[in-house]
Design a protein around this ligand. Structure first.
Ligand code: ADP
Ligand code: MG
Length: 259
Protein backbone atom coordinates (compact mmCIF):
# COMPACT_ATOMS: atom_id res chain seq x y z
CA UNK A 1 0.00 0.00 0.00
CA UNK A 2 1.25 3.49 -0.79
CA UNK A 3 1.60 6.23 1.79
CA UNK A 4 -1.46 8.47 1.89
CA UNK A 5 0.64 11.59 1.23
CA UNK A 6 3.06 10.06 -1.27
CA UNK A 7 3.33 12.27 -4.39
CA UNK A 8 1.60 10.86 -7.48
CA UNK A 9 3.84 9.43 -10.22
CA UNK A 10 5.17 12.09 -12.59
CA UNK A 11 3.53 10.17 -15.43
CA UNK A 12 0.87 7.50 -15.43
CA UNK A 13 -1.05 5.71 -18.17
CA UNK A 14 -4.24 4.07 -16.95
CA UNK A 15 -5.67 1.43 -19.22
CA UNK A 16 -4.89 3.40 -22.36
CA UNK A 17 -6.08 2.03 -25.69
CA UNK A 18 -5.82 3.61 -29.12
CA UNK A 19 -6.96 2.18 -32.45
CA UNK A 20 -6.14 3.30 -35.97
CA UNK A 21 -8.87 1.73 -38.07
CA UNK A 22 -8.45 -2.01 -37.63
CA UNK A 23 -5.08 -1.68 -35.92
CA UNK A 24 -4.96 -1.60 -32.12
CA UNK A 25 -1.76 0.47 -31.78
CA UNK A 26 -1.91 0.65 -27.96
CA UNK A 27 -3.80 -2.03 -26.08
CA UNK A 28 -4.88 -1.41 -22.46
CA UNK A 29 -1.54 -0.06 -21.26
CA UNK A 30 -1.11 0.84 -17.60
CA UNK A 31 2.25 2.15 -16.47
CA UNK A 32 3.42 4.55 -13.77
CA UNK A 33 6.73 6.43 -13.83
CA UNK A 34 8.11 7.88 -10.62
CA UNK A 35 10.07 11.08 -10.28
CA UNK A 36 13.71 10.67 -11.22
CA UNK A 37 13.37 7.50 -13.28
CA UNK A 38 14.99 7.10 -16.70
CA UNK A 39 12.74 4.64 -18.51
CA UNK A 40 13.43 3.09 -21.90
CA UNK A 41 10.41 2.01 -23.92
CA UNK A 42 11.66 -0.71 -26.25
CA UNK A 43 10.00 -2.80 -28.92
CA UNK A 44 9.97 -3.72 -32.58
CA UNK A 45 8.86 -1.22 -35.18
CA UNK A 46 5.08 -0.88 -35.07
CA UNK A 47 4.73 -2.11 -31.48
CA UNK A 48 3.04 1.14 -30.38
CA UNK A 49 5.88 3.02 -28.68
CA UNK A 50 5.43 6.35 -30.47
CA UNK A 51 1.65 6.22 -30.18
CA UNK A 52 1.91 5.66 -26.43
CA UNK A 53 4.40 8.51 -26.02
CA UNK A 54 2.29 10.90 -28.07
CA UNK A 55 -0.73 10.40 -25.81
CA UNK A 56 1.17 12.28 -23.09
CA UNK A 57 1.29 15.64 -24.85
CA UNK A 58 -1.97 14.95 -26.68
CA UNK A 59 -0.48 14.66 -30.14
CA UNK A 60 -2.63 11.51 -30.07
CA UNK A 61 -5.81 11.19 -28.03
CA UNK A 62 -6.53 7.77 -26.49
CA UNK A 63 -9.76 6.03 -27.44
CA UNK A 64 -10.01 4.70 -23.90
CA UNK A 65 -8.21 5.27 -20.63
CA UNK A 66 -6.41 8.28 -19.27
CA UNK A 67 -2.97 9.79 -19.02
CA UNK A 68 -2.01 11.61 -15.83
CA UNK A 69 0.78 14.15 -15.47
CA UNK A 70 1.66 14.49 -11.78
CA UNK A 71 -1.82 13.20 -11.00
CA UNK A 72 -3.70 15.50 -13.40
CA UNK A 73 -5.54 14.13 -16.43
CA UNK A 74 -3.79 15.63 -19.48
CA UNK A 75 -7.19 15.75 -21.25
CA UNK A 76 -7.97 18.75 -19.03
CA UNK A 77 -4.65 20.56 -19.51
CA UNK A 78 -4.30 23.22 -22.24
CA UNK A 79 -1.64 22.49 -24.91
CA UNK A 80 0.40 25.52 -23.80
CA UNK A 81 0.69 24.10 -20.28
CA UNK A 82 1.64 20.67 -21.63
CA UNK A 83 4.31 22.23 -23.86
CA UNK A 84 5.73 24.03 -20.88
CA UNK A 85 5.76 21.05 -18.55
CA UNK A 86 6.95 18.40 -21.02
CA UNK A 87 10.15 18.50 -23.05
CA UNK A 88 9.87 16.51 -26.27
CA UNK A 89 12.75 15.34 -28.44
CA UNK A 90 11.56 14.12 -31.82
CA UNK A 91 12.87 11.27 -33.89
CA UNK A 92 13.45 13.39 -37.02
CA UNK A 93 15.12 16.16 -35.01
CA UNK A 94 12.55 18.64 -36.31
CA UNK A 95 14.45 21.90 -36.17
CA UNK A 96 12.88 24.77 -38.10
CA UNK A 97 15.27 25.27 -41.05
CA UNK A 98 14.58 28.99 -41.45
CA UNK A 99 15.31 29.76 -37.78
CA UNK A 100 18.70 30.10 -36.14
CA UNK A 101 19.84 27.74 -33.39
CA UNK A 102 18.93 30.33 -30.73
CA UNK A 103 15.47 30.84 -32.25
CA UNK A 104 14.92 27.10 -32.40
CA UNK A 105 15.87 26.68 -28.75
CA UNK A 106 13.60 29.56 -27.76
CA UNK A 107 10.53 28.42 -29.69
CA UNK A 108 8.79 26.85 -26.67
CA UNK A 109 9.11 29.89 -24.42
CA UNK A 110 8.14 32.13 -27.37
CA UNK A 111 4.93 30.18 -27.92
CA UNK A 112 4.19 30.92 -24.26
CA UNK A 113 4.81 34.63 -24.90
CA UNK A 114 8.26 34.73 -23.30
CA UNK A 115 11.69 35.52 -24.67
CA UNK A 116 14.63 33.30 -23.93
CA UNK A 117 17.52 35.60 -22.99
CA UNK A 118 20.98 35.29 -24.52
CA UNK A 119 22.34 34.14 -21.17
CA UNK A 120 19.84 31.28 -20.88
CA UNK A 121 20.47 30.29 -24.51
CA UNK A 122 24.19 30.15 -23.76
CA UNK A 123 23.53 28.07 -20.65
CA UNK A 124 21.39 25.58 -22.61
CA UNK A 125 24.02 25.26 -25.35
CA UNK A 126 26.68 24.60 -22.74
CA UNK A 127 24.43 22.02 -21.11
CA UNK A 128 24.45 19.97 -24.33
CA UNK A 129 28.15 20.71 -24.91
CA UNK A 130 27.77 22.98 -27.92
CA UNK A 131 29.85 26.10 -28.46
CA UNK A 132 27.63 29.07 -27.50
CA UNK A 133 28.86 30.78 -30.68
CA UNK A 134 26.61 28.33 -32.55
CA UNK A 135 23.55 30.28 -31.37
CA UNK A 136 23.58 32.30 -34.60
CA UNK A 137 24.02 29.38 -36.97
CA UNK A 138 21.28 27.96 -39.14
CA UNK A 139 20.40 24.24 -38.78
CA UNK A 140 21.80 23.31 -42.21
CA UNK A 141 25.24 24.46 -41.03
CA UNK A 142 25.26 21.80 -38.26
CA UNK A 143 26.10 18.09 -38.25
CA UNK A 144 23.36 15.58 -37.39
CA UNK A 145 24.72 15.17 -33.88
CA UNK A 146 24.89 18.93 -33.32
CA UNK A 147 21.32 19.30 -34.56
CA UNK A 148 20.06 16.68 -32.17
CA UNK A 149 21.94 18.43 -29.32
CA UNK A 150 19.99 21.56 -30.27
CA UNK A 151 16.84 19.41 -30.15
CA UNK A 152 17.70 18.37 -26.59
CA UNK A 153 18.51 21.97 -25.58
CA UNK A 154 15.16 23.05 -26.99
CA UNK A 155 13.36 20.34 -25.03
CA UNK A 156 15.02 21.57 -21.82
CA UNK A 157 14.39 25.29 -22.41
CA UNK A 158 11.23 25.39 -20.30
CA UNK A 159 12.73 23.46 -17.36
CA UNK A 160 10.32 20.59 -17.97
CA UNK A 161 9.30 18.19 -15.22
CA UNK A 162 9.16 15.38 -17.79
CA UNK A 163 11.44 14.68 -20.76
CA UNK A 164 10.04 12.51 -23.57
CA UNK A 165 12.33 11.33 -26.35
CA UNK A 166 11.23 9.35 -29.41
CA UNK A 167 14.20 7.49 -30.92
CA UNK A 168 16.30 10.57 -30.16
CA UNK A 169 19.59 9.13 -31.37
CA UNK A 170 18.29 6.79 -34.08
CA UNK A 171 19.42 8.90 -37.03
CA UNK A 172 22.98 9.40 -35.75
CA UNK A 173 26.16 7.50 -36.43
CA UNK A 174 27.09 5.04 -33.65
CA UNK A 175 29.87 7.11 -32.07
CA UNK A 176 27.82 10.31 -31.98
CA UNK A 177 24.86 8.28 -30.72
CA UNK A 178 26.79 6.81 -27.79
CA UNK A 179 28.28 10.16 -26.81
CA UNK A 180 24.93 11.96 -26.93
CA UNK A 181 23.16 9.13 -25.11
CA UNK A 182 25.63 9.35 -22.25
CA UNK A 183 25.36 13.11 -22.22
CA UNK A 184 21.58 13.02 -21.98
CA UNK A 185 21.74 10.43 -19.20
CA UNK A 186 24.21 12.64 -17.29
CA UNK A 187 21.90 15.64 -17.77
CA UNK A 188 18.96 13.60 -16.53
CA UNK A 189 20.88 12.84 -13.33
CA UNK A 190 22.23 16.34 -12.87
CA UNK A 191 18.94 18.14 -13.49
CA UNK A 192 16.88 15.62 -11.54
CA UNK A 193 14.67 14.92 -14.57
CA UNK A 194 12.13 12.19 -15.17
CA UNK A 195 12.72 10.77 -18.64
CA UNK A 196 11.08 8.33 -21.05
CA UNK A 197 13.15 7.34 -24.07
CA UNK A 198 11.65 5.33 -26.92
CA UNK A 199 14.15 3.14 -28.74
CA UNK A 200 14.17 -0.04 -30.81
CA UNK A 201 17.76 -0.63 -29.67
CA UNK A 202 17.88 -2.92 -26.65
CA UNK A 203 21.60 -2.30 -26.11
CA UNK A 204 20.96 1.44 -25.82
CA UNK A 205 18.09 0.79 -23.41
CA UNK A 206 20.15 -1.55 -21.21
CA UNK A 207 23.10 0.83 -21.10
CA UNK A 208 21.23 4.07 -20.40
CA UNK A 209 17.99 3.33 -18.53
CA UNK A 210 17.08 2.44 -14.93
CA UNK A 211 14.07 0.56 -16.12
CA UNK A 212 13.25 -1.10 -19.43
CA UNK A 213 9.63 -1.47 -20.54
CA UNK A 214 9.13 -3.77 -23.52
CA UNK A 215 6.16 -3.38 -25.89
CA UNK A 216 4.81 -5.87 -28.37
CA UNK A 217 1.67 -5.42 -30.49
CA UNK A 218 0.47 -2.52 -28.34
CA UNK A 219 0.93 -4.26 -25.01
CA UNK A 220 3.56 -4.14 -22.30
CA UNK A 221 5.18 -7.55 -22.14
CA UNK A 222 8.06 -6.81 -19.75
CA UNK A 223 8.97 -4.16 -17.19
CA UNK A 224 12.34 -4.84 -15.61
CA UNK A 225 15.60 -3.33 -14.46
CA UNK A 226 18.44 -3.86 -16.97
CA UNK A 227 20.19 -6.32 -14.64
CA UNK A 228 17.07 -8.49 -14.47
CA UNK A 229 16.73 -8.55 -18.26
CA UNK A 230 20.37 -9.50 -18.57
CA UNK A 231 19.78 -12.26 -16.02
CA UNK A 232 17.15 -13.76 -18.32
CA UNK A 233 13.96 -12.38 -16.79
CA UNK A 234 11.16 -10.59 -18.60
CA UNK A 235 9.88 -13.37 -20.85
CA UNK A 236 10.45 -14.53 -24.42
CA UNK A 237 9.93 -11.28 -26.32
CA UNK A 238 12.28 -9.34 -24.04
CA UNK A 239 14.85 -12.11 -24.20
CA UNK A 240 14.71 -12.18 -28.02
CA UNK A 241 15.57 -8.46 -27.97
CA UNK A 242 18.37 -8.95 -25.42
CA UNK A 243 19.80 -11.78 -27.55
CA UNK A 244 20.70 -9.37 -30.38
CA UNK A 245 23.37 -7.23 -28.63
CA UNK A 246 24.50 -10.29 -26.68
CA UNK A 247 25.20 -12.24 -29.89
CA UNK A 248 27.03 -9.25 -31.34
CA UNK A 249 29.19 -8.95 -28.22
CA UNK A 250 30.00 -12.64 -28.41
CA UNK A 251 30.92 -12.44 -32.10
CA UNK A 252 33.17 -9.44 -31.43
CA UNK A 253 34.84 -11.21 -28.51
CA UNK A 254 35.48 -14.24 -30.73
CA UNK A 255 36.88 -12.04 -33.49
CA UNK A 256 39.26 -10.23 -31.17
CA UNK A 257 40.28 -13.56 -29.60
CA UNK A 258 41.29 -14.74 -33.07
CA UNK A 259 43.29 -11.58 -33.86
P1 ADP B 1 6.39 2.24 -33.03
O1 ADP B 1 6.65 3.65 -32.61
O2 ADP B 1 6.60 1.25 -31.95
O3 ADP B 1 7.15 1.88 -34.27
P2 ADP B 1 3.75 3.23 -33.68
O4 ADP B 1 3.19 3.69 -32.39
O5 ADP B 1 4.27 4.28 -34.59
O6 ADP B 1 4.85 2.12 -33.41
O7 ADP B 1 2.65 2.42 -34.48
C1 ADP B 1 1.86 1.38 -33.89
C2 ADP B 1 0.87 0.86 -34.92
O8 ADP B 1 -0.09 1.89 -35.19
C3 ADP B 1 1.48 0.49 -36.25
O9 ADP B 1 0.77 -0.60 -36.76
C4 ADP B 1 1.26 1.72 -37.09
O10 ADP B 1 1.20 1.41 -38.46
C5 ADP B 1 -0.08 2.22 -36.57
N1 ADP B 1 -0.19 3.69 -36.67
C6 ADP B 1 0.52 4.59 -35.99
N2 ADP B 1 0.17 5.84 -36.29
C7 ADP B 1 -0.81 5.73 -37.22
C8 ADP B 1 -1.62 6.67 -37.94
N3 ADP B 1 -1.48 7.99 -37.76
N4 ADP B 1 -2.52 6.18 -38.80
C9 ADP B 1 -2.68 4.85 -38.99
N5 ADP B 1 -1.98 3.92 -38.33
C10 ADP B 1 -1.05 4.34 -37.46
MG1 MG C 1 8.00 5.06 -33.42
Amino acid sequence: MSEPDAPPPVLEWRDVTRDFGEVRAVDAVSLAIAKGQYVALVGASGSGKSTLLKTVNRLIIPGEGEVLLAGEDVAGLPPAILRRRIGYVFQQIGLFPHMSVAENIGIGPRLSGERLGAERTRELLELVELDPAMAKRMPDALSGGQRQRVGVARALANDPELLLMDEPFGALDPITRDALGERVRALHDRLGLTSVMVTHDMAEALLLADRVVVMDAGRIVADEMPAALLAGEGGDIAQALVAVPRAQARQLAELSGRA
